[in-house]
Design a protein around this ligand. Sequence first.
Ligand code: GDP
Ligand code: ZN
Length: 460
Amino acid sequence: MFDDTIAAIATAPGEAGISIIRMSGSKSLEIVDKIFVPKKNKSIKNYPQRRLVYGHIIDKNKDKIIDEVLAVYMKAPFTYTREDVVEINCHGGIVPVRNILDLILKNGARMAEPGEFTKRAFLNGRIDLAQAEAVMDIISAKTDKGFDVALNQLEGSLSKKVSEIRDIIVELLAHLQVSIDYTEEDIQEITYPELLSKSEIVRDKIKKLLDTSETGKIIREGLNTVIVGKPNVGKSSLLNALLRESRAIVTDIPGTTRDVIEEYVSIRGIPLKIVDTAGIRETEDVVEKMGVERSKEFFNKADLVIFMLDASKELTKEDREIMEHVKNKKAIILINKTDLPQKINENEIKEILHDKKIIKVSIAKEVGLNELEEEIVKMVYGGQVKSREMSLVTNIRHKNALEKALKSIEESIEAIKQELFFDLIAVDLNDCYEYLGEITGDTVAENIIDNIFKNFCLGK
Ligand code: GDP
Ligand code: ZN
């Protein structure tokens, strides 16, 4: 499909055991033959394809050895790009890698753009767009679960679900078309009830996929969690306890400010980005106020709030104030210090926060943490943890496409209920079909494709 041959360094820059330079395109074999001299048999062409061949990269103009390498030629179409591919394993280090790439470029290859190998795999039809995006997710995965989900997507699970929905719509459109084209009596027209039930199936399937998108985001980016409560209730103790439990600290360096501490912990495979705040409270002190402002910011964008209270104290004005903020958030209420004599009025808490889970704990005595973790898992998955089977929508582009598809199918359902003309129903159904096609790349604009691959790393 493409006449030019592209090349790039496929491994990360810097010093390493080996580095790999990769070429794809019809001239790959010809180019490597010009710069690579096997120890035996003179030319790589004398070897079977897919065999690693030992030899030297030589700049023939200068009669100079560039590096000692292993080279392999893989014949189209059973390659990453479906084109002829050559890979050269050289010594890991900036000098040999650069020199070999230079030599390849001088001999007729073009420098690949970021993601161009994967883009070719897509444009040559080996993988669809959702699978291509999964390649990038695999490379950048920060947690085991994120990796699993991306691998699942690469294997085509999301694409398959989307295709199934599109198949139903195609069938509906075909029925509609027949009914529109032939008005004779002998053609059996599709009925409104039939149209309705099939469209509702489509709608429900799209909804189901969309339902997994929140979970998807969490798995990719971590659940934004804040711990709030007045001073001394045990917020920092809780954070420390969770950090101790969590062997795998997920990513990045914790950011610290005067009043806000941010840490990554992993709770039964779910990454949590936890912020321990100084509490949301009014303050006179300007320096402290900055911390409080930041707390509010974290609080507002939190996916989950853990609100802590002290069982050994009566409720204060400050507790009640925080409770008002917590009311409208996804929150778990922890009543801490249950090892001490209880003074807190639980009924008042239950009254104000009637729809929230209340868990009694003692961080100091390590009581109740399990229950907290279970509740977090339950909230994230809605009670069903089955990550390998789940086809999760983790990608914002996919989510947007699904949302547009849902809107179209809902409009067509409305039109069916009003028994409008078939042509009008077909328009909405067709929109729905096209939006779904954006996910797999069947109906996606070229600039969107370019944008996706631009974000890839070089050499992939
Ligand atoms: P923060 O200000 O909300 O971060 O509270 P800290 O985590 O700093 O804890 C304040 C104090 O309460 C410390 O002295 C802790 O040791 C103590 N504390 C924390 N959890 C418990 C508990 O479950 N029981 C008892 N008795 N003391 C606790
Ligand atoms: Zn603290």
